[in-house]
Write a protein that binds this ligand. Sequence first.
Ligand code: NAD
Length: 297
Amino acid sequence: MTAKRIDGKAKAEQLAEAIKAQTAVLLKDHGIRPGLAVVIIGEDPASQIYVRNKKRRAEACGFHSVQHTLDENVSQADVLGLIDELNNDDAIHGILVQLPLPDHLDEQTITQSILPSKDVDGFHFVNIGKLTAGHTQDAFVPCTPAGCILMIEDELGPDFSGKNAVIIGRSNIVGKPMASLLMQRNATITVTHSRTSDLPSVVRNADIVVAAVGRPDMVKADWIKPGAVVIDVGINRVEKTIDGETKSRLTGDVDYDDVCRVASAVTPVPGGVGPMTITMLMSNTLRSARLSAGLPG
Ligand code: NAD
């Protein structure tokens, strides 16, 4: 079997076009332009790239987009002061603080200071609680798992009854919300992590595999049930030497070429989950703008 390559980039672009069209309607009919504020602290090169991509996508969707770049040594009080300003700014519907933060800042205090109604990353405890309780009508779902679910639905339809799903990784950003979303679609869930014993044999039961670990090419073909749908969230930078030349490239947590021999569909890295994550951020921001006007999300 040669698996289908799930083209997250193409799907993300299609969705972004729809978001752009809805943004134009919201502006024309209600005078509201969705506003996204991104706060970046310090010089982390990967974060700089992510923030640049988010800003570009926001502008392409027709959003009001602002970026606040703060010094590596900024005080926690100053960060909280800026978030307070953005919470009170009617032109801003979504606030995102790019993670990771420098060590002297408390990530939890900062993410929890964003108003739940502007928390387009879905990290506020109110949004996590609503997602866990299945109350997603007015919650913001974290962008990466939200994008993964859309790609799985494209392969399996909207109802995963009778399917086993195995998530590798239990982070608050990916693994845990992924479990809630898959459960809401009636899949039977196993969440695995670094303390799981005999991980390959657990994964072999899965009709749906979501890998969010941060270990290059960890998931191999002999872990995969024939016909499974495999979603690779991992982003790992590795050095590879080809013809004597060493180059840096991105790879996922799934050994793509190997797993493609067994699975029915696999997301590539890059070009899979990453672009969908950014587009779901735009979707959440548009939703926030609509909700702020009393319109359905
Ligand atoms: P994290 O470090 O918070 O969590 C990693 C998880 O993997 C932990 O739960 C840990 O228990 C588990 N783990 C570690 N080693 C393991 C092992 N040997 N076997 C099984 N489980 C193991 O990471 P995260 O924030 O969830 O991110 C995971 C990966 O996904 C990273 O590569 C990150 O860069 C990537 N990521 C990508 C996107 C995207 O948009 N594509 C978004 C978020 C994260």
